[in-house]
Design a protein around this ligand. Structure first.
Ligand code: TXA
Ligand code: MG
Length: 324
């Protein structure tokens, strides 16, 4: 494949990106959470290319991105709770896992053969413009090699996928910085499948009932929620009150640190900075290096941050290779 184009987020750049997508090519684009690796969700060829570019296991289904509620209703069955959640949080960082609508027209590779589909309406103006210019649903996982740190800037995308995808639209840094919250809306009631950009507390307040939690992390109902993920090259230690010799220390709140997620102790600021600082700490720590993180409160966006950090610190699969 020729070099990956960097497109600007203007009308011409979006038109070029939409034309590439109509040709079955892959284009990375900014959303408010992280950059997504987009391909035509109706095309087996385009969706297969997404799995190949990321080296992602085929059993792990993708999120279908659509511009609005009407487009969501065309691919998924929206029950009463889904409609309430959509009215409150779409467009925005919330993904709903819903029964697939008859005649949805999605490639079976998007859903990995399940009878449910994960649907999201992103709020980022560039994502919105691209979806409208393309005129169909886009399958879009995070635009990073499978198992690695998610991208929140165009240069993060290029660091992992240059030469493997047709283009990236450079829309600057992502404002939320962690992926969408994923809710399952099955017959047993709403379940939190992945903490993310919409705090679970906000969902519970709207629905006026508690969310089921992921029961057994070893057997995740969001198939992507396997142990090691977001893995930097360095080893990661969590809940560290201070650095040990040789560690690169990432702080939260006031105090001495090599890098700080938010000197003010603000979780929104920390989420936005998380993946960039993880990459920066990895670069500073070098091969075989070690990174330590200060404790992060387990509330609001802190749940999504801690989820990503636990996965970054988890034991790596045998024979795992380090970032490409
Ligand atoms: O913020 C986000 O959600 C970003 C941006 C690009 O939109 N996308 C993203 O996609 O994080 P990805 O592929 O990295 O994560 C999607 C997650 C995976 O854990 C997958 O297993 C789960 O969604 N998922 C997709 N379809 C599902 C389904 N039918 N049932 C349960 N989980 C599903
Ligand atoms: Mg991902």
């Amino acid at each position: 494949m020729p070099d990956t184009l960097t497109l600007s987020p203007d009308t011409a750049g979006i038109a070029r990106a939409a034309a590439l997508l109509r040709d079955g090519a892959l284009v990375a684009f900014p959303t408010e959470t992280v950059y997504g690796l987009g391909g035509d969700a109706r095309s087996d060829r385009a969706v297969a290319a997404i799995f190949a570019a990321k080296a992602r296991p085929r059993f792990n289904p993708l999120i279908a991105h659509v511009p609005d509620l009407a487009a969501a209703r065309a691919i998924a069955r929206m029950g009463a709770e889904a409609e309430r959640l959509a009215a409150a949080f779409w467009p925005g960082p919330l993904t709903l896992v819903l029964p697939l609508a008859p005649g949805a027209g999605l490639s079976d590779l998007v859903t990995a053969g399940l009878d449910t589909v994960a649907v999201r309406v992103p709020a980022h103006p560039v994502a919105q413009a691209l979806l409208r210019a393309f005129g169909g649903p886009l399958a879009a996982p995070s635009a990073n090699p499978s198992g690695r740190v998610s991208p929140t800037r165009a240069d993060h995308v290029l660091a992992g996928l240059a030469g493997r995808i047709a283009a990236v639209i450079d829309g600057g840094p992502c404002a939320v910085g962690v992926e969408s919250t994923i809710l399952g809306l099955g017959p047993e009631g709403p379940a939190l499948l992945r903490p993310g950009g919409v705090p679970a507390e906000a969902v519970e307040a709207l629905l006026r009932r508690p969310l089921h939690q992921q029961a057994d992390p070893a057997r995740p109902s969001a198939p992507g929620q396997l142990g090691s993920h977001y893995a930097p090259a360095a080893a990661v230690r969590l809940n560290a009150a201070a650095a040990e010799p040789g560690e690169t220390y990432i702080g939260f709140g006031p105090g001495a640190a090599d890098l700080n997620l938010s000197p003010a102790g603000d979780l929104t600021e920390a989420a936005a900075a998380l993946f960039h600082l993880l990459r920066e700490a990895d670069r500073r720590a070098g091969p075989g290096g070690r990174i330590a993180f200060a404790p992060i409160p387990e509330t609001g966006l802190g749940r999504a941050i801690n989820d990503r950090l636990r996965r970054a610190a988890a034991p790596r699969p045998m024979g795992d290779t380090l970032p490409q």
